[in-house]
Design a protein around this ligand. Structure first.
Ligand code: URA
Length: 239
């Protein structure tokens, strides 16, 4: 890939464009062992060795973040009214990140953010049935008959009934708490499944997608890079 030198520094060292230009001016950057002073110089990221302050820079074409989405932000790249999940990623220098799948504005929890289009497509494609696990709080006392209903499939007004879903009831009472695992990602699916059975959802949080589990250290709004093992596990999902 051909790339401007200052942009390449931003992408690999998390410098701002201004800081990158300064570093080049201060002769802290070399290309193939030659100090360069032109921020606009085009480099071939696959063939040339760029060093900053003597350290070789490694270009990663794909970036993967796990975000604990807070309520109140939208799962989109741009929005005229609300902050987006991409606005929360402050080291987004490549400008090509997108959220994998959608969580409603009031839903919290695990969201994968990447620029790897192929992986994103595979994880959200209806053909692949990647499991998504949610923690849910509903109004009303859940009872065990719901487990069977969810496992069989519900008519929530789509062409076909929902695919088998697993319900684990954790607490019941005036309000109940449960885990639900679904294989699809239909619009408002979890809320529609519960409200179809008479239980309005009052809290929803995704805690797992395929092999990826939400890191309990991440507060709402926080994110981190995925480990190599996490990325590999996602790539190995339902190939
Ligand atoms: N199901 C819903 O109803 N909402 C979400 O955000 C995700 C799944």
């Amino acid at each position: 890939m051909l790339c401007r030198l200052d942009k390449y520094l931003c992408m690999t060292c998390k410098l701002t464009r201004q800081e990158a230009k300064q570093a080049i001016k201060k002769k802290q950057v070399s290309v193939d062992d030659v100090i360069v002073c032109k921020p606009e110089m085009k480099i071939d990221t696959t063939k040339q060795l760029v060093q900053f302050q003597g350290n070789a820079l490694l270009y990663e074409p794909y970036i993967y973040y796990m975000l604990n989405k807070p309520a109140g932000v939208v799962s989109a790249t741009k929005d005229n009214l609300h902050r987006t999940v991409i606005d929360l990623i402050d080291d987004n220098v490549q400008n090509d990140l997108f959220p994998v799948g959608r969580l409603d504005i009031d839903t919290e929890g695990l969201l994968l953010i990447t620029n790897d289009g192929e992986l994103g497509h595979r994880l959200t494609s209806p053909a692949h049935h990647v499991d998504k696990r949610y923690e849910v709080i509903v109004n009303g006392a859940l009872d065990d008959t719901l487990i069977e209903k969810f496992a069989t499939g519900l008519d929530i007004g789509e062409e076909k009934p929902t695919l088998p879903a697993t319900l684990t009831i954790l607490e019941t009472g005036e309000r109940s708490r449960a885990y639900i695992t679904i294989q699809e990602g239909k619009f408002h699916q979890v809320k529609r499944m519960f409200s179809h059975c008479g239980y309005p959802v009052i809290f929803l949080k995704r805690i797992q997608m395929g092999p990826l589990i939400l890191d309990s250290e991440l507060a709402p709004g926080e994110y981190r890079r995925l480990s190599e093992e996490e990325v590999q596990a996602l790539k190995d999902t339902k190939k």
